[in-house]
Write a protein that binds this ligand. Structure first.
Ligand code: GLA
Length: 394
């Protein structure tokens, strides 16, 4: 019988683990990447996001150690390191990707959890730097492993919050909760309507006619750049100006379009545009969540188009490669709608495509995008995957 892709992946990791550490891993943690279907930059405004864990995952195959050391290597990036759980855990200068592992260990220990070390081997199918949350997947896989090995009893939401803290305070990226929450709390076959203020979600199935297709511009963005924190600061400035005028306003989540427009004179022009995007995008999340279970083709087309236009004109997170990708998508068969995914500035677009058209859709998009930009894109359908947990490996 032919081996499944998962079996082959397990065999590959197992062989590499034996070569590195001798012997067998005894525990396999996995955490998925994510794609946001609607709700750009709404998370740090305490708003809503329609989000989906994807069947691109980060695994850590591990074996516990009793000497308070953590050894990590990766099959995706050269190099690995060992660090101690005793003393102050520092960032790595030589192998920076281990900071996601170190950061989670540090935050958990700072919270008072007693951790057990391990030998770990990371293998990921989440593309790096594409806006599909490869960093969060590594953090959440790490926390899942510690949770099991050390019997911490963390529930998915608490685990996500601690992973976000690791990213904010240790890695130094001021991200919201979206990525870690989706990876930790996702449910197979479902999209999550996430409420970022209350750290709660509801789930809805995806309409059987619709497939979610990732269209990666292969134009890399860097989240640690100045643009992301700048957008965040502009949103906070908007909320700070509006709060004294309107009782009950704490963040842009609380603001209506009417309130925003009535206060326009008081706002810096850029802050006004950023705030307008967030207020509208938040409503689009709720509207899409209502339309998606019924397929709602007209709503899907309109909401995704408005989201992309707002990201381009108001939030200014769209680069030319993303525009070229949208044009390629709109000329393709079976498209119901498409918009930016992740933080913007490159990375992926997410397309909603008629189930029967996915093959032709992909071929058209790749060819048209190549013709326009000279770049070889990656276009692939994804399924809604389960949230983080242990893999059952025989
Ligand atoms: C990145 C951040 C998230 C979120 C998105 C934009 O993925 O990590 O917290 O802000 O960008 O929606």
């Amino acid at each position: 019988m032919a081996l499944s892709e998962t079996d082959e992946r397990i065999a590959h990791v197992r062989t590499a683990f034996a070569a590195l550490y001798s012997g067998e891993p005894v525990l396999w943690a996995q955490a998925p990447g994510r794609v946001d279907l609607m709700g750009s930059h709404t998370d740090y405004n305490e708003g809503y996001v329609l989000t989906m864990p994807i069947d691109r995952t980060t695994w850590i195959a591990a074996r516990p150690r009793d000497d308070r050391q953590v050894a990590v290597h990766s099959l995706n990036i050269e190099g690995g390191e060992t660090f101690s759980l005793d003393g102050d855990i520092q960032r790595s200068t030589a192998v920076p990707w281990t900071d996601y592992v170190r950061g989670v260990a540090k935050v958990l220990q700072d919270e008072g959890y007693a951790l057990r070390g391990f030998d770990g081997l990371v293998h990921s199918t989440v593309p790096f730097g594409s806006g599909l949350s490869s960093s969060a997947a590594l953090e959440v896989a790490t926390a899942t492993l510690f949770n099991e090995l050390s019997g911490l009893g963390l529930d998915p939401v608490r685990l996500a919050v601690l992973c976000q803290r690791a990213e904010n305070t240790f890695v130094g990226v001021n991200c919201g909760i979206l990525d870690q929450y989706t990876s930790a709390a996702g449910r197979a076959g479902h999209v999550l309507l996430l409420d970022c203020r209350h750290l709660a979600h509801t789930v809805a199935p995806i309409h059987p006619d619709i497939r979610i297709v990732i269209c990666d511009t292969r134009y890399k963005r860097a989240l640690t750049g100045s643009e992301y924190p700048q957008r965040r600061a502009q949103c906070e400035a908007g909320a700070a100006t509006l709060a004294p005028r309107y009782p009950g306003v704490r963040t842009l989540r609380d603001v209506t379009l009417e309130q925003l427009d009535a206060a326009r004179e008081a706002l810096d022009e850029t802050v006004y545009r950023r705030s307008r995007f967030i207020v509208q995008e938040n409503q689009r999340v709720l509207d899409l969540a209502a339309a998606l279970p019924e397929k709602g083709a007209a709503a899907l087309a309109a909401l995704t188009a408005e989201s992309f236009a707002g990201a381009r004109d108001l939030y200014e997170i769209v680069v030319p490669q993303m525009e070229a990708m949208l044009t390629a998508i709109h000329g393709a068969p079976g498209v119901l709608g498409a918009r930016q995914a992740g933080a913007g500035f490159g990375g992926c677009l997410v397309a909603f495509v008629e189930r029967d058209c996915v093959g032709d859709f992909g071929a058209h998009v790749c060819a048209a995008y190549r013709e326009a930009t000279g770049i070889e894109s990656a276009v692939y359908a994804v399924e809604a995957a389960p949230g983080a947990g242990l893999l059952a490996v025989e």
